[in-house]
Design a protein. Structure first.
Length: 308
């Protein structure tokens, strides 16, 4: 099946700056690092890159700064095949960054500066109005202002498209009731599920109970991700559990984003919920086998090989 309508991602775009050292510095201390790396990050950009690397027709809507990091982000997104015509260059705010310190044990500390991501507004939705109306799937996250995301969701649903919300980072006190009614599907991981419904799933039975609580709040589809424990899903007429794929994980960064990119890709090309979740789970599993955020996204051939 081929896509006739695009996947649109409305969300965050960052540049990640990672410094690697034997140990993390204590307050007031400077340590020598062995290497550093810069790459594309931000949950929105990661999800867009993941869907595009699979072969999806993907549009990115959001903001970077009008700066060198913004140019880098656009270049990296274009390299994945993401269309960036609706990614604005904000003259008043810098491109979002994540400064990440990683020690040899794998322990890390991260400082995120949202920059232009936090200036995203309903103005961006209005400017991209025809795109939202034509979109098959909208991917949302919570690294840009929620009010703008809800406006984008309304525009997509008015055009007959579906909205998938990755509720990350989950607000400490959960989400307002109207958010659950404003989107079609939600894909929380274990900690996000606990924040949203008060239950941390560690097995399929727990995940099923958590999914019920999510659906009671107005969702059509609840997909509870439990990392190495698998994925539970429930939607109209379909429910099930996807066991974890047998891979050797080295880095879980952006695995959830690759899951969501894969889910959007599969749904946009016409797969039913069960097939789409299984495909998404394979994409998330493959992302754990390589380092990096957006760079960890698998190709369609790799996902197909894992699925057999």
């Amino acid at each position: 099946m081929t896509m006739t309508r695009p996947i649109t991602v409305f969300g965050s775009v960052n540049i990640d700056v990672c410094a690697y050292s034997d140990r993390l510095p204590r307050p007031g201390e400077t340590v020598h690092g062995g290497s550093y790396a810069m790459g594309l990050g931000g949950k929105g950009a990661n999800q867009a890159a993941a869907a595009a690397r699979l072969g999806g027709q993907v549009e990115m809507v959001g903001r970077t700064g009008n700066d060198a990091f913004g140019e880098m982000a656009r270049s990296r997104l274009a390299g994945f095949g993401v269309r960036t015509g609706h990614l604005s260059a904000d003259p008043d705010h810098p491109t979002g960054i994540a400064v990440i310190g990683v020690e040899s044990s794998g322990e890390n500390c991260i400082t995120v500066v949202g920059g232009a991501n936090m200036a995203v507004s309903t103005d961006d939705v209005v400017r991209a109005g025809p795109l939202f109306a034509a979109s098959a799937i909208l991917l949302l996250q919570l690294e840009t202002p929620l009010s703008a995301g809800l406006a984008a969701a309304a525009a997509v649903r008015a055009g007959g498209g579906r909205v998938i919300l990755d509720p990350a980072p989950a607000p400490r006190h959960g989400l307002p009731a109207d958010v659950f009614r404003a989107v079609d599907a939600m894909t929380p991981n274990e900690t996000e599920t606990e924040t949203l419904v008060g239950l941390r799933p560690t097995c399929p039975e727990d995940a099923a109970a958590a999914a019920d609580r999510l659906l009671e709040r107005g969702l059509s589809i609840a997909i509870v991700k439990m990392g190495a424990r698998g994925v539970y899903y429930r939607g109209p007429g379909q429910q099930g559990f996807i066991s974890p794929f047998p891979v050797t994980a080295i880095d879980t960064v952006a695995a959830g984003d690759c899951f969501n990119g894969g889910l959007a890709f599969a749904l946009a090309r016409g797969e039913d919920l069960a097939s789409a979740v299984r495909f998404a789970a394979a994409c998330g599993a493959l992302a754990t086998t390589r380092a990096g955020a957006a760079d960890s996204a698998p190709t369609l051939a790799e996902a197909a090989a894992l699925l057999g």
